[in-house]
Design a binder for this molecule. Sequence first.
Ligand SMILES: *Cc1c(COP(=O)(O)O)cnc(C)c1O
Length: 223
Amino acid sequence: MYDVKGNLRQVLGQLPQGVRLVAISKYHPNEFIEAAYEEGQRVFGESHEQELRLKHESLPKDIEWHFIGHLQTNKVKYIAPYVTMIEAVDSLKLLKEIDKQATKCGRVIDVLLELHIAEESTKYGLRLDDCRQLLADGEWRELKHVRICGLMMMASLTDDCEQIRQEFMTAAGFFDEVKQQFFADAPWFCERSWGMSDDYNIAVGCRSTMVRIGTMIFGPRIY
Ligand SMILES: *Cc1c(COP(=O)(O)O)cnc(C)c1O
């Protein structure tokens, strides 16, 4: 088997204090997750509702599941009862649906707003101006069953480290802006989720608080 435990230890050893690891287990079997779990890892990320549901049902209940992929509004009801954090909220519509389903479950669900800073047109997420607009509109303030805990983003898929660094720094600067304008009295608004297998070393230098790492720990995904 792939040396999940060794890889996990290596990754954790490289993360500065204050940066949490979300182990991205999508497309990997339960045995790999169990190996990481035995090493003490409790936070895992998945991007497909059905796969997440099966893993949630069969794996230890103290695992904290982050939903990291693009989430369709009609899928929210399935994950609302148990998901710890929904990382990639990119519309008010989705935010409202999460609030609605969380209300039904008697929960408050933590979420991050996903930014679109990368060059690729295929990436999901809010453009900075759209994010400003969403927050300025203020309707989100009425949603008592979601808690906006910070921002999430993916850098461009490129070998150009300087470009990646600039995108992370743009996100970090934008975090400060919205923190000051909208979340100054909200201590829970503190998360900056950026950095994946290929760029987490850059991300931690750009004030990331949460890295989402799959391949480095679990190996290549077989789709
Ligand atoms: C798959 C995925 C990751 C992990 O990517 P790796 O390159 O395998 O580390 C991180 N974030 C998101 C949103 C993903 O979909």
